[in-house]
Design a protein around this ligand. Structure first.
Ligand SMILES: Cc1cc2nc3c(=O)[nH]c(=O)nc-3n(C[C@H](O)[C@H](O)[C@H](O)COP(=O)(O)OP(=O)(O)OC[C@H]3O[C@@H](n4cnc5c(N)ncnc54)[C@H](O)[C@@H]3O)c2cc1C
Ligand code: FES
Length: 286
């Protein structure tokens, strides 16, 4: 079996913060980068060093790349949507324009784009919607119909910028507390959205429990499901094995694979979803 390796285009660099704006529960951060902006694809992530020089936070933090492009003036930019909750993400969310952060990007796998136009459903939980808007634009240029379902605990935690809403055919919102859209979870509205729009492929990004529930529904409807998993990552570059998940390979054998290298985008039907952190029986080597 060939061992997957880190993206050969990935670079480590100091990136200046161009802007940092609070939007609902999140910070929208724009970083100045070099040509890596042209290599980053929806689904890829960036590993960011947090805390500054001498910080005890030695592990980089992973963030999905919301959008990356070269601006007309030639400046490469990378945009992130950050939920400040722990010390690392709070440090990042408090960076001022003009300060720099050390990044490694682009990392991980990207969402696969079909060669023919298909009817696609994009599902995001919380900041999990971040990589889906650039994906929606890519799918649109391929002639796909794109529907979107976004869910969160409460309205302020739904990340759905106006320009993002314009790039989809329909947008369905769900919140646990009913403060926006339908009260409930994305999995509650999924069967009807799949049926109404005759969905052929699902792309998703969000908490693991959500991805597991979507996989069950996608399997029931016989719909392909590419999901971006969010396993804890300590190094982000394939060295530490913190991020492993049980995933069935092409040979039918389930192995613990590194989601920072073989993911974060994976075929949901191949993942053994489990709430427990134990290696399930039947996994190679157990
Ligand atoms: C692929 C991917 C994409 C993501 N995209 C986004 C995004 O777009 N926006 C966003 O807000 N968040 C995103 N996250 C989540 C984000 O990485 C975490 O919220 C962030 O790491 C939290 O850091 P913290 O210091 O604030 O929180 P803390 O909870 O204080 O620290 C979490 C950190 O501790 C370390 N850690 C946790 N568990 C273990 C373990 N078992 N072993 C070793 N180290 C461990 C990791 O370095 C982890 O990053 C993403 C995560 C992944 C994996
Ligand atoms: S995070 Fe270290 S191997 Fe994946």
């Amino acid at each position: 079996m060939e061992m997957p390796t880190i993206n050969s285009r990935a670079q480590q660099m100091d990136a200046e913060v161009i802007s940092n704006k609070r939007l609902g529960a999140y910070n929208h951060i724009v970083l100045a980068v070099n040509e890596i902006a042209t290599y980053a694809k929806p689904g890829n992530f960036v590993a960011i060093s947090v805390g500054g020089a001498g910080s005890s936070m030695v592990l980089r933090r992973a963030f999905a790349i919301y959008r990356a492009q070269i601006r007309p003036d030639g400046q490469g930019v990378m945009e992130l949507v950050v939920a400040p909750h722990g010390n690392g993400s709070k440090w990042l969310a408090s960076r001022e324009p003009g300060e720099s952060v050390n990044i490694v990007a682009p990392l991980g796998t990207a969402f696969g784009i079909p060669t023919e136009p298909v009817r696609a459903l994009l599902i995001g939980g919380g900041y999990g919607s971040a990589p889906l808007f650039a994906l929606a634009e890519n799918l649109k240029t391929k002639g796909c119909r794109v529907d979107m379902v976004l869910g969160a605990s409460t309205a302020a935690k739904i990340y759905a910028p106006l320009e993002g809403k314009r790039s989809v055919n329909s947008m369905t919102l769900t919140t646990d507390d009913g403060s926006a859209g339908t009260q409930g979870r994305v999995s509650d509205v999924l069967p009807s959205v799949i049926e109404q729009n005759q969905i052929e492929i699902i792309y998703s990004c969000g908490p693991m429990a959500m991805l597991s529930a979507i996989t069950d529904i996608a399997n029931r409807f016989g719909v392909m499901h590419q999901c971006s998993v969010e396993e804890s990552m300590a190094c982000g570059i394939g060295v530490c094995m913190t991020c492993v998940l049980p995933v069935e390979g092409r040979d039918g054998i389930t192995r613990m694979v590194r989601t920072c290298i073989e993911g974060p985008v994976m075929d949901g039907s191949k993942v053994t979803w489990s709430k427990s952190r134990e290696i399930p029986d039947g996994v190679w080597g157990k």
